[in-house]
Each structure stands twice: as structure tokens, then as C-alpha cells.
Design a protein around this ligand. Structure first.
Ligand code: SF4
Ligand code: SF4
Length: 430
């Protein structure tokens, strides 16, 4: 018989990382309970999900050991908060890119000792993890690389720099030719900052290899997303979201292999007619702000209300993997330019105008066979909140059922959200 699921602890490792060990020790049991209730209670999960369950069991231990082993060889370990920071250049230097966005309520109170309360919970959660010394990833990184996407983040980086070296990448707010020129320069600065840690300059072959590696990771996620669009769905939205979250901290080559192994199983499930829910289950596309680990709140509400999530139009979702980098460059300058071009396709609401995102959401709605859109906005995220106006209009014009939700990480609004989601599902069912 296999051991029951349990998120592992390693106080000795955490002590070495300078964490608040006594406080953090409560985290693995809490997360074990949440994970068991939300994920392991699902019926008929694909067996290849075992790898991803194992990644969660080792989230505070095994993966941290792997990261520390790379760091000890002098390779860069860099924390990021946004899909605009190009992980290819970290991988090219033999390093590790870790997504540090916070998705937990437990660190918000720490952050609110310093930051204003009325800002985005993702920013507060991440900042609180660092100042409370309750995230092994934050403790392991050499530096963090922030960006100027939204006001909450760019001003928080000034304060975060007091606790961990924080570099900031200027991301323009528009996508004109002159913005591209600035962007390429920012990418070059990022490469220089990464190379400085390892003490060697990454060259053409290193970058070409890294572009291939990360393209392969994104392509595997595209394959998985296409398969999950099948009706009846061979995998739940919760499991898909989990994999999209793990993509931000797992070793990319291994992760890609495991995603393909899961895809092979889903291929077979589709042929054999094996699904996680009947074909009549209402299908929802979730769009909007990212859901960082362990933010599973909305997916859990939707799927425990009798619907299934069939697509995440989100940075922890398709915005992360829908575009690949052209691999045909012949010089480092060209590689960096093509890399920038790929990153400029990401349609975050921080940009103006950003009508391509509205078109993209509609395209994903059609491709996924969804029957309604729930637009998810983290509280105080003004750009996504305002962009929801245009998205609602586009849905109304096409007769697509649409609902906008604004929420944070606290459990306080779960009952109210559940009621709204259930009413929306009834609307879809007619
Ligand atoms: S929503 Fe925008 S700012 Fe946030 S991670 Fe995505 S691209 Fe970056
Ligand atoms: S969700 Fe919005 S407010 Fe929060 S970090 Fe992302 S862009 Fe900024």
C-alpha cells in the first residue's frame, strides 16, 4: 500500500535558509489538508497526476534541495513575479527561475504591517512571505527580478529591495516600435544581471538551447490544454490549474516529459471514453488575473458546484504558453530580438490599448467548447477590472454568458461566490 499523501517537512533545511521555522512548521499540515480535500477527493483522476502530487509533497523540501544544489555550483537562482521576465535567459546560464507570486492568505497580515491594505492580494501575499520568512523559495533566491507592469508591484519592489536584492525591468505600457527598442534594451540588461551571478557570459548556443527547452515546455502545455478541451473532459480544471502552477517552479525538462506522459494518458482516455465528468457538465472558461499557488479557490467553487473549468485565460494559464519563440536566429542580437517579440505578444491588461486580449479570450472560448466565461479579478487590480467592461461587451454582442468576479484569498466570500457561481451555472443550463 502506498503511503498517504503528506507534504514533507525539513526543519534543518529551513533553518539553514534563515526561515521562521516554528511558524512555518504549521504550513505543511495545513496544506496537506487543503490539498487532500480539493485534489485527492476528485474521482477518476489520471494516474499520471501522481507526479504532480509528488511535486506538491516535495514543494518545501525535495525541490528546494534541488535548487540549493544548483545554487551551490554558482549558477543563478532568480525569483520573478511576472511572465514578462524571460526565463530563457536564466536557463541559458544554467540557472533556475522561480515564480514567487503569492497565492496564500497566511502571509497577508505580515505584509499589512507595512503595505497599505487596499492593494492586490497577490502583491501582499508575496511581500508577506519574504518579510515573515515563511517561503523557502524566497529565501533561496540570489535576487528577485520585478517589473513595472502595475503600480502595486512597481512600488512594492522599492520596499522589497530592503529584504532581498530586487532588480526592476521596465516594461512599457504600449507596444509601438519605439517601445520595442526600449524593451530589447531591458532584456539585454536582464541578461547582464543573470550573467553577473554566474560570472560567465551566456553565448549563442546556451541561449538557443534554453529557447528550445522553454519552447518545449510551453508546447507540452499547449498539447495538454488542447486535450483537456475534449468533451467529456479527460482531466479536471483543478488538476490543469495545478500543473500550470507547478510549471513555475519545476525543472523544465523533467516537467515537459511528465506533461507529455500525462497527455499520452489523456489521449488514451479520450479513445476509451474515460472522463472526469459527463459530457453534459456545464463548461466554464476562467479569464483574468493569475492564480498563484495555492490559490485554488475559484476552481474549487466552480467544480464543486457541478461545472468544469475547461480553460484558464491567465498568466497561470494560456498567457504563459500560447506563444513560442522563433528558433531560427543566427546571432545573439537576433535571439534577444525574437525573444522580445514573443514576450511582446503577451496581452496583459497593463497595456493600452489591449484589444488583442479580448479577441484572444473569445478565441479560447470557442476553441475550448466553453459555455460561459467567468472573469476573475483579484481585488484592487484596476487594469483587469476595467478591462472586464470591454470583455463583457464583447460577450454580450456574441450572446456568451459572462460573469465578473472580484475576490481575494480570504475564505470570507466563499459562500457568496458559491451562490453566484451556482446561479451562473443554472443560467448556462437554461
Ligand atoms: S497579469 Fe500582467 S503583471 Fe501579472 S503576471 Fe501576468 S503579465 Fe505580469
Ligand atoms: S493581479 Fe493586477 S494588481 Fe495584482 S499584481 Fe497582477 S497586475 Fe498587479
Amino acid at each position: 500500500m502506498s503511503e498517504p499523501f503528506k507534504i514533507k517537512s525539513d526543519p534543518e533545511l529551513w533553518e539553514k535558509l534563515g526561515m521562521d521555522v516554528s511558524r512555518f512548521s504549521g504550513m505543511p499540515p495545513m496544506l496537506t489538508t487543503a490539498y487532500t480535500n480539493i485534489f485527492l477527493s476528485q474521482k477518476n483522476r489520471p494516474s499520471e497526476m501522481a507526479y504532480f502530487d509528488n511535486m506538491i509533497e516535495n514543494i518545501h523540501t525535495g525541490r528546494i534541495h534541488e535548487i540549493m544544489a544548483v545554487k551551490e555550483t554558482g549558477k543563478p537562482v532568480i525569483g520573478t513575479f511576472c511572465v514578462y521576465v524571460p526565463e530563457e535567459l536564466i536557463v541559458a546560464a544554467g540557472g533556475i527561475c522561480v515564480g514567487l507570486c503569492g497565492g496564500a492568505q497566511g502571509s497577508i497580515a505580515d505584509a499589512e504591517k507595512i503595505l497599505p491594505r487596499n492593494i492586490c492580494p497577490m502583491v501582499k501575499s508575496a511581500f508577506g512571505f519574504k518579510i515573515g520568512k515563511i517561503c523557502p523559495y524566497f529565501q533561496a533566491v540570489d535576487l528577485v527580478y520585478g517589473e513595472t507592469t502595475c503600480d502595486a508591484k512597481k512600488k512594492t519592489w522599492e520596499l522589497l529591495d530592503r529584504y532581498v536584492p530586487t532588480h526592476v525591468m521596465e516594461i512599457p505600457q504600449m507596444k509601438r516600435e519605439r517601445d520595442k527598442k526600449l524593451w530589447v534594451e531591458e532584456v539585454k540588461d536582464f541578461k547582464a544581471a543573470v550573467d553577473k551571478i554566474s560570472g560567465t557570459e551566456t553565448e549563442f548556443d546556451d541561449i538557443a538551447g534554453a529557447i528550445k527547452t522553454i519552447n518545449a515546455k510551453r508546447a507540452a502545455l499547449q498539447r495538454l490544454n488542447n486535450l483537456r478541451h475534449f468533451n467529456p473532459s479527460p482531466i479536471s480544471g483543478r488538476d490543469m490549474l495545478l500543473i500550470e502552477q507547478i510549471a513555475f517552479y519545476d525543472e523544465p525538462v523533467r516537467f515537459t516529459e511528465k506533461v507529455h506522459a500525462l497527455c499520452n494518458e489523456l489521449d488514451k482516455r479520450i479513445k476509451d471514453g474515460v472522463a472526469v465528468a459527463p459530457a453534459s457538465t456545464p463548461r466554464i472558461l476562467v479569464s483574468g488575473t493569475p492564480m498563484a499557488l495555492p490559490n485554488w479557490k475559484l476552481h474549487n467553487i466552480i467544480e464543486s458546484s457541478g461545472a468544469i473549468v475547461v480553460n484558464e485565460e491567465s498568466c497561470i494559464g494560456t498567457r504563459y504558453y500560447k506563444d513560442l519563440i522563433d528558433e531560427g536566429s543566427t546571432s545573439v542580437d537576433q535571439q534577444l530580438e525574437r525573444l522580445t517579440e514573443r514576450y511582446m505578444k503577451i496581452d496583459c491588461s497593463c497595456f493600452t490599448p489591449n484589444d488583442e486580449r479580448i479577441d484572444q479570450v473569445i478565441k479560447e472560448y470557442e476553441e475550448s467548447g466553453a459555455q460561459g466565461i467567468i472573469d476573475y479579478c483579484l481585488q484592487f487590480c484596476h487594469t483587469y477590472n476595467i478591462e472586464a467592461v470591454k470583455l463583457r461587451e464583447a460577450c454580450e454582442q456574441r450572446g456568451i454568458p459572462f460573469m465578473a468576479i472580484e475576490s481575494d484569498y480570504s475564505p470570507d466570500d466563499v459562500g457568496q461566490l458559491q451562490t453566484r457561481v451556482e446561479a451562473f451555472i443554472e443560467q448556462i443550463q437554461g
